[in-house]
Ligand binder design. Sequence first.
Ligand code: SF4
Length: 272
Amino acid sequence: MLRILLNALRTGVVTIRYPAEPSAPPDRFRGAPVLGPGSHLPPPTVCPAGALSERLDAGGRHVALDLARCVFCGRCAEDPWADAVVMGRDFELAAHHRDDLRIEVVADAPAIPAVAPGRDAEAVRASSEIHRVLGRSLHLRHLDAGSCNACDWELSALLNPVYDIRRLGIDFVASPRHADGVVVTGLVTRNLETAVRRTVEAVPDPRIVIAVGACAASGGIVGEGYASAGGVDRVLPVDVYIPGCPPRPEAILFGILVAVGRLDARRLHREE
Ligand code: SF4
């Protein structure tokens, strides 16, 4: 017992202070790719996840990145595109709308400035109502709809002493009837489609649905098929999308706080 107490004293407080203070991911952390406008942007065939697309018009070659599909593998930032694409370190990527995760740049054009963080009127109304009801105390039910478990591990890390999500009044519960919302990981497999619907319907209104990771946000590298219905929004309305494969715990925390209106969603730079 004495040894345990001494160890605890020696270790000190390990809990991070995010979001009250910024969090610094480790050096090896790889965030979303940042496309620098230029002639040397990679073709869509480079991306194994189908996150890159392009179109040609009078304005030039437009290259679009769908962050909901991106698995942050870094292939588009390797030679010979290393001078045009860099892997960013931003993890605060959650968005209310799927379209807000689409970034488009024009090759051979000056940089498109980032849009200041902001939300549309509908999102503001919805989140202020959710904030009023759920803002200070939030209970979530985790639902694995068909994941590889990577997102589930990151989600469970939120309960450890380092992230300690309970310090923010947020906890996970076993029954959807005791929950204020559902956190879904993985694409929705056909076998679990009905279970996903019923679980969310069992949560009392107002409820929130959060899609965690590339698979839940878009169907990921599997997409839609005979065994997969695709992303969660193919089955149910989603309130917040959290990109990543898997998203790190702070990224999930950021998305949960965005869902209840305690933080503003980041609007990514895109062509207007
Ligand atoms: S990081 Fe990987 S998944 Fe994401 S756009 Fe680049 S190649 Fe595609």
